[in-house]
Design a protein around this ligand. Structure first.
Ligand SMILES: NC(=O)N[C@@H](CC(=O)O)C(=O)O
Ligand SMILES: [Zn+2]
Ligand SMILES: [Zn+2]
Length: 345
């Protein structure tokens, strides 16, 4: 039997939600992952250091007995964010990054940034104190095609911002295009990117061919095949600027299976199995540890985990539940559309 032992992975982009949903989903991450950057797009969002401290407490309360897991907290950047509060969050060790959502770009982004000029004092402070900015890199202008939103964001928002403030560390989250991969590869400093599990597996056909499939709809939306291949090449290259951010984003089924379904794919339960499959297909199992366990901590200035996990390749497919039950309703688990043989021991 084939097996692979690697340092315990971390998830550098995760939605844990709150309340009954938090309690239902957290174990699917803490079972395999030691740490995760927790997204602040709750309703209302996690805006201040005090909000993040409270939310961290609720996450730790929800953790099953025997699981050790460290939530790395983020602040939701708004046009009212106070640079002093951000600095205090970083100094106290509570805050790992600040998250920029362009207003209207994705789920719960209504309180996001409309005018970047208004948040420049916060960004300047972050550059000074070495606190990374995580960005949902899509423009929202209605005239921009949804499949071009990432490329246009790079050209019209991200690149000008990085030229203006080159000392700011920026994580381009959930990169979905070859434009994003190329932009990161061309950078010389202070830029890295996370890649989700599902964007390595699906292209936009998964959402639209043979019927509309809401469980493959997320933002940024999956792109054409050439982009998926570029993401695979980046993830499996060992390049330290690319690491895993699952963007596991649970929504109850009725909120996705309707006339205006929410964006988000719940991939936490089978992420490690999916990734081992992808890396094996690419002949790059030896690069899996860099992608899931080494590159992320190096970028965020943390030590890699000391403990390890072992992946084993079974003779027969590993079964994952199709849905999980939560106190708020069922949540469909990401279906990679191929059998999974890799399992975490
Ligand atoms: N990725 C998604 O499609 N949805 C995320 C928000 C996000 O990460 O953009 C969510 O919170 O549901
Ligand atoms: Zn996002
Ligand atoms: Zn997300």
């Amino acid at each position: 039997m084939q097996s692979l032992t690697i340092r315990r992975p971390d998830d550098w982009h995760l939605h844990l939600r709150d309340g009954v949903m938090l309690r239902a989903v957290i174990a699917d991450t803490s079972r395999h992952f030691a740490r995760a950057i927790v997204m602040p797009n709750l309703v209302p969002p996690v805006v201040t250091t005090a909000d993040a401290r409270d939310y961290r407490g609720r996450i730790l309360d929800a953790l099953p007995d025997g699981h050790s897991f460290e939530p790395l907290m983020t602040l939701y950047l708004t046009e009212e964010t106070d640079p002093d509060d951000v600095e205090e969050g970083k100094r106290s060790g509570l805050i790992t990054a600040v998250k920029l959502y362009p207003a209207g770009a994705t789920t719960n982004s209504a309180s996001g940034v409309r005018n970047l000029e208004k948040v420049m004092p916060v960004l300047e402070r972050m550059a000074k104190i070495g606190l990374p900015l995580c960005v949902h890199g899509e423009v929202t202008a209605p005239e921009v095609d949804i499949f071009d939103r990432e490329a246009v964001f790079i050209e019209t928002v991200l690149d000008p911002l990085r030229r203006r403030l080159p000392e700011l560390k920026v994580t381009m989250e959930h990169v979905t295009t070859s434009d994003g991969v190329d932009y990161i590869r061309a950078s010389t400093a202070n830029l890295a990117g996370s890649i989700t599990t599902h964007h390595l597996i699906i292209n936009r056909n998964a959402i639209l061919v043979g019927g509309i499939r809401p469980h493959y709809y997320c933002l940024p939306v999956a792109k054409r095949e050439s982009h998926r291949l570029a993401l695979r090449a980046a993830a499996t290259s060992g390049d330290p600027r690319f690491f895993l951010g699952t963007d596991s984003a649970p929504h109850v089924d009725p909120a996705k299976e309707c006339a205006c379904g929410c964006a988000g794919i719940y991939c936490a339960p089978n992420t490690m199995s999916c990734l081992a499959h992808v890396f094996e297909q690419e002949g790059a199992l030896d690069k899996l540890e860099a992608f899931v366990s080494l590159n992320g901590p190096a970028w965020y200035g943390l030590q890699p985990n000391e403990t390890r996990i072992t992946l084993v390749k079974r003779e027969t497919p590993v079964e994952f539940p199709k849905k999980i039950e939560t106190g708020a309703g069922s949540v469909t688990v990401f279906d990679p559309m191929f059998p999974l043989f890799w399992d975490v021991e």
